[in-house]
Design a protein. Structure first.
Length: 573
């Protein structure tokens, strides 16, 4: 073994060192490992690869290529897989209840595999929405030297000479229901919108969290925006394997990297790029894994003072491929740092600070994706936090690309998404309405579903900014229009959203950050007395267990106490 590593100080000693570990070593010999390979540090290479969706189909190949870098760096790679639930396929039906739950299962499965086999470091490959935060949560929870690798985005499809994404297909469903899109046109679009491997191309949840990985320093600089089909992804995978061994040698761990300042930087990047509202759920969850208090209101406060500078879909023109060609997310971070919006001091997985990494970037005035902070698209972020009598524990709305930031109207109440979607499809929603979809929160769903099918149908009907939609569930990063999610407390806990009745006046002001139910408190008190908890059909299995343990959206919808309750950290066993 290389003198760079003292295996007697690493977790893998428990399964590979000493006469008492002869039975353990016999398993390694059975897999063709040599004595030298057994004596090296064991590096977990975790892949969320599968055949469920194009987001994940290249991940196993990338993970296998990563092994080369681990070996070059003096380690022994051990690959294993975890699950994914792909939102684009789970969307619009009961399968979406499994999406957010999968984040916890991904983090838990990586934790137990690493713990059970005593791995010393971790390189994680993820491609679809919840697998990105799930992978990074596991890294923070275990706190072994780790590098996160995004599998890359899909290339845009082309239809009638225009770039298209899967969101165009969702919105075409609404146009079809409105009689404005013939079935033949819808069928032609669905066949070309997703032309190959990779995650959704706009600044939706996957690309947002990929940017977070770089902003926080868990990913190599400018590594995540290269599209999945690009050959450069092979070099990125090898580099990640090589660099994780440098982190192991230096004992540079995720919690050294992901400080409070790093989380604040990540929130800045989300707002500046008009990223997914789901980041306001995942950042608090990741912070909890590091023992840091960083809830929805902390995220929203940062959003409030961050300029929106990236012209990315769904609110803008461009997709991840264009961001990559413009210089990657580091190009956007260059102007944010120059404008005083980022802290340069947090260390990154390169061993350099974020500021030192950014110093290597030259601003490209010819690229079109990023505006300079001195001339932003809008002076405040593309995502806004809200608080008020309807949402005392907060809510979130994506305003990137929106012209209307205030909305007041009568409530139209639904107790599940399917009923709301049916009303939208039947054109049974009046202009000026505030649609309420409740009992879709973390506990009440259970699982906190996304509502892209409903919001895209509204947009496809031309109703995107003629109505507002409020839910204790979530919205896809691809959602656009006046759509407010994460309302807390949720209806299942008798939050104010549970007390809304048809015709109640709801007022929203995304500039002031308010969301209010304009009903007298005495009336609400009477409604509260009459309220009774709802039951759902998930009274056993994973979704039942999730509902029993999950916390509020405000703190990340976590199912365990986080690092603050730790008595030991796995990395120190």
């Amino acid at each position: 073994m290389s003198s760079r590593f003292d295996k007697m100080k690493l977790p893998s000693r428990h399964v590979s060192v000493g006469p008492e570990r002869a039975p353990h070593r016999s398993y390694y010999y059975a897999m063709g490992m040599t004595e030298e390979e057994i004596a090296r540090p064991f590096v977990a290479v975790a892949s969320a690869g599968n055949d469920s969706a194009p987001c994940n189909t290249t991940l196993n190949a990338q993970a296998d290529i990563c092994r080369e870098g681990v070996v070059e760096g003096g380690g022994t790679p051990r690959r294993f897989n975890t699950i994914t639930v792909t939102d684009g396929i789970a969307m619009g039906h009961q399968g979406m209840k499994s999406s957010l739950v999968s984040r916890e299962i991904i983090a838990d499965s990586i934790e137990v595999s690493v713990r059970g086999h005593c791995y010393d470091a971790l390189v994680g490959f993820a491609g679809c929405d919840k697998s990105l935060p799930g992978m990074m949560m596991a890294m923070l929870r275990l706190n072994i030297p780790s590098i996160f690798v995004y599998g890359g985005s899909i290339l845009p499809g082309t239809h009638r000479g225009e770039d298209v994404t899967v969101v165009d297909v969702f919105e075409a469903v609404g146009q079809h229901a409105a009689g404005n899109c013939p079935l033949k046109e819808l069928t032609a679009l669905e066949k070309v919108a997703c032309p190959g491997h990779g995650a959704c191309g706009g600044q939706f949840t996957a690309n947002t969290m990929a940017c977070v990985g770089e902003a926080m320093g868990l990913s190599l600089p400018n590594s995540n925006m290269a599209p999945a089909p690009y050959r450069s992804r092979d070099d990125i995978a090898v580099s990640a394997g090589r660099q994780v061994m440098v982190c192991l040698e230096r004992n540079l761990r995720p919690r050294d990297i992901c400080t409070r300042a790093a989380f604040e930087n990540a929130a800045r990047v989300v707002a500046a790029t008009g990223g997914s509202t789901n980041a306001a759920l995942h950042l608090p969850a990741m912070a909890s894994e590091a023992g840091i208090d960083f809830d929805l209101f902390d995220v929203a406060e940062i959003f409030k003072s961050t300029p929106y500078i990236a012209d990315l879909k769904p609110g803008g023109k461009y997709v991840a491929k264009d961001m990559h060609e413009a210089g990657g997310v580091y190009m956007g971070m260059k102007t944010l740092l120059d404008g005083g919006f980022l802290d340069p001091d947090p260390i990154t997985c390169t061993g350099k600070t974020l500021g030192e990494n950014i110093e290597e970037i030259t601003w490209n005035p010819d690229q079109k994706v990023f505006y300079e902070v001195s001339n932003p698209i809008t002076p405040t972020g593309g995502v806004v936090g809200l608080k008020g009598s309807l949402a005392p524990d907060g809510a979130i709305v994506k305003v990137a690309g929106m012209e209307r930031l205030q909305f007041t109207g009568p409530a139209r109440v639904f107790d599940r998404e399917e009923d709301a979607f049916a009303a939208v499809e039947a054109r049974d929603i009046a202009e000026g309405s505030v649609i309420i979809i409740r009992y879709e929160g973390p506990k009440g769903g259970p699982g906190m579903r996304e509502m892209l099918s409903t919001t895209a149908a509204l947009y496809g009907q031309g109703m995107g900014e003629k109505v507002a939609l409020i839910t204790d569930g979530r919205f896809s990063g691809a959602t656009r229009g006046f759509c407010i999610g994460h309302v807390g407390p949720e209806a299942a806990e008798c939050g104010p959203i549970a007390l809304v009745e048809d015709g109640d006046t709801i007022s929203i002001d995304a500039e002031a950050g308010t969301i209010d139910l304009e009903v007298d408190e005495a009336v609400l008190a009477e409604r509260r007395k009459a309220w009774r908890p709802r039951t759902n059909d998930y009274q056993s299995g994973t979704l039942w267990r999730y509902a029993q343990n999950v916390g509020s959206a405000r703190t990340g919808a976590l199912t365990h106490p986080g690092a603050k309750a730790e008595t030991h950290v796995y990395a120190d066993i």
